[in-house]
Design a protein around this ligand. Structure first.
Ligand SMILES: *Cc1c(COP(=O)(O)O)cnc(C)c1O
Length: 368
């Protein structure tokens, strides 16, 4: 048996989660967010699976967009940070990539460009996130200048919500109000009234943010966008991260486990070693007690995470034996639970998986 550190990607679960998007936002277009290798799930398999049911893809750079074109996908592709310098414009034009425009220099670069096809743009408005985008007071003039350029096609509107995952926060309403005023009163001919504001959290819990396009990411992959990880509702986890028990032995009371003996056995106990570590992207800062699934049960991680291994407390599953599968996240425990134990978010757990983790694609559950 060779080393097992494997992410099984259930493509049917992707389709199921897309149906949840559709039910939550029935009358909108869907821009599926596939940045960072589809949140670690694999760009092309995810894109091909979602393609028939969506209207656009969103990625962060041309390196992520071009493989989609090369795979023959004809969808609108939105680059969430636009072009990083003017030399990229020819590529945007030739490959029909949509640019998010968030800085004045980008408008000047488009004004100076001579392109075979105009580029469709999304004017990014900073309605409160404090990250990318034009201030609301400057946005309309920017959109109209943009729309008047020969190198620009249709101009649409985009903003990003800072707190949509916290349904009680008034900031989201404030952001939506600022945004709504802009998109609805647009006058210039090629500035569209089409707009997008909703990430997964807003797709699920802010119907007033849906507009014409929703931009779900994490919910497609079956993890909750909410800080309360139990709120994943009808979403199905797409990824199951799996390794194997490679050692089971009895340690005496007082024996340390792993580097620095962070965990010391309180009694004589069975300790398992699992074939996954921070070299695979499992979080090194996972504390004692982080849940791991063995033999149909949650068992606690113990001791510091090593590059290739973690240790687990097998007192509740003394029958567990070498070679047995170990689930790090999937249906049990949910990635959100592991993330919570590690004081991070499921997004980061998915993205940090290294190429050493083999991705296996299948239809149906990992046991099916
Ligand atoms: C990543 C991203 C999204 C998707 O967010 P989720 O929380 O994963 O749904 C949407 N919009 C922008 C601008 C993003 O960068």
């Amino acid at each position: 048996m060779s080393r097992v550190a494997r992410a099984t990607i259930n493509l049917d679960a992707l389709g199921h989660n897309l149906a949840v998007v559709r039910r939550s936002a029935p009358d909108t277009n869907v821009m599926a967010v596939l940045k960072a290798n589809a949140y670690g799930h694999g760009l092309l398999p995810v894109a091909h699976t979602l393609a028939p049911g969506i209207q656009a893809f969103a990625v962060s750079c041309t390196e992520e967009a071009l493989p989609l074109r090369e795979a023959g996908l004809q969808h609108r592709i939105i680059l969430l940070e636009g072009f990083f310098d003017a030399t990229e414009l020819a590529l945007f034009s030739a490959r029909r990539l949509d640019a998010v425009v968030h800085q004045p220099w980008q408008i000047e670069a488009l004004a100076a460009a001579d392109l075979p096809h105009p580029i469709d743009c999304w004017l990014k408005v900073d309605t409160g996130m404090g990250r990318l985008g034009f201030a609301p007071a400057d946005a309309k003039a920017a959109a109209q200048r943009l729309a008047a350029l020969p190198s620009v096609g249709t101009v649409r509107w985009m903003t990003h919500l800072a707190s949509a995952d916290e349904p009680d926060r008034a900031e989201t309403e404030t952001q939506l109000m600022r945004f709504g005023e802009l998109a609805s009163t647009t006058s210039a001919a090629s500035v569209s009234t089409e707009a997008t504001a909703a990430n997964s959290a807003a797709t699920l819990s802010w119907p007033q943010a849906h507009a014409q396009w929703v931009r779900p990411g994490i919910m497609l992959y079956g993890a909750s966008p909410f800080s309360d990880s139990s709120r994943h509702g009808p979403l199905q986890p797409v990824m199951q991260l799996e390794a194997r028990l490679i050692s089971v032995k009895q340690l005496p009371a007082g024996h340390g486990v792993g580097y620095g003996s962070r965990f010391v056995c309180p009694e004589a106990m069975p300790v398992g070693v699992v074939s996954i570590g921070y070299g695979d992207g499992y979080p090194r800062h996972a504390p004692d007690g982080t849940p791991v699934w063995i033999h149909g049960q949650r068992v606690p991680l113990i001791g510091k995470v090593s590059m290739d291994m973690i240790a687990v407390d097998l007192r509740t599953v003394p029958q567990a034996s070498v070679g047995e599968p170990v689930i790090l996240w999937g249906e049990h425990p949910h990635a959100g639970e592991v993330a919570e134990a590690c004081d991070t978010i499921s997004y980061e757990l998915f993205c940090r998986l290294t190429p050493r983790v083999q991705r296996v694609y299948r239809h149906g559950g990992a046991d099916g």
